[in-house]
Design a protein around this ligand. Structure first.
Ligand SMILES: [Zn+2]
Length: 173
């Protein structure tokens, strides 16, 4: 059992985890106040601890098709957990699904679908210009090794999720 000092309420609680062989950040929830945080363990000791940063969703949830909303919400959860690649994958999936439901060609790559949205007045030029700066919307192929995420910068994930949300807000309001 590993004791964790809660970053929110300051009380100590025990987690069932002993070791984290992958040495990745993992989520734990304080049993006293319920707040989430991310910890890293080595040999039964906490080596790092960060607060979970919730992403405030500004979509009108009731207007967004449920399958798209659930992918987008997963993207934001992954972002809060610092699972950044997973976050980008889910954000792209939500966006691609939205594009095709609105009428873009499902065989086009995402960046072309976004251009289709702009050409058909579904999104404004400001959002379109922001989207075109996102490499992760364009340069990935059909195979996992072509997903563009190996040379991926950490701070890109949040930009991608935010632009994805802006487009979804324009499409479903
Ligand atoms: Zn707490």
């Amino acid at each position: 059992m590993v004791s964790i000092h809660c970053l929110n309420c300051g009380r100590v609680f025990d987690t069932g985890a002993y070791y984290n062989t992958t040495n990745e950040l993992m989520p734990v929830r304080c049993v006293n106040c319920g707040s989430l945080m991310l910890i890293q363990l080595k040999d039964g000791y906490v080596t790092s601890q960060k607060p979970y940063i919730p992403f405030e969703i500004k979509l009108q949830k009731a207007k967004v098709p449920p399958d798209i909303l659930s992918d987008f919400e997963e993207a934001t959860t992954c972002l809060g957990m610092r699972c950044l690649r997973a976050s980008v994958v889910m954000a792209r999936r939500a966006l691609q699904n939205a594009c095709t439901q609105i009428g873009a060609n499902p065989k086009d790559e995402l960046i072309k679908q976004i251009k289709w949205l702009f050409d058909n007045n579904k999104i404004n030029d400001r959002v379109y210009n922001q989207a075109t700066t996102v490499r992760q919307f364009g340069n990935y192929g059909a195979h996992p090794q072509d997903d563009g995420l190996d040379k991926f910068l950490d701070d890109e994930a949040e930009d991608i999720v935010r632009i994805c949300e802006r487009i979804l807000r324009d499409l479903f309001h």
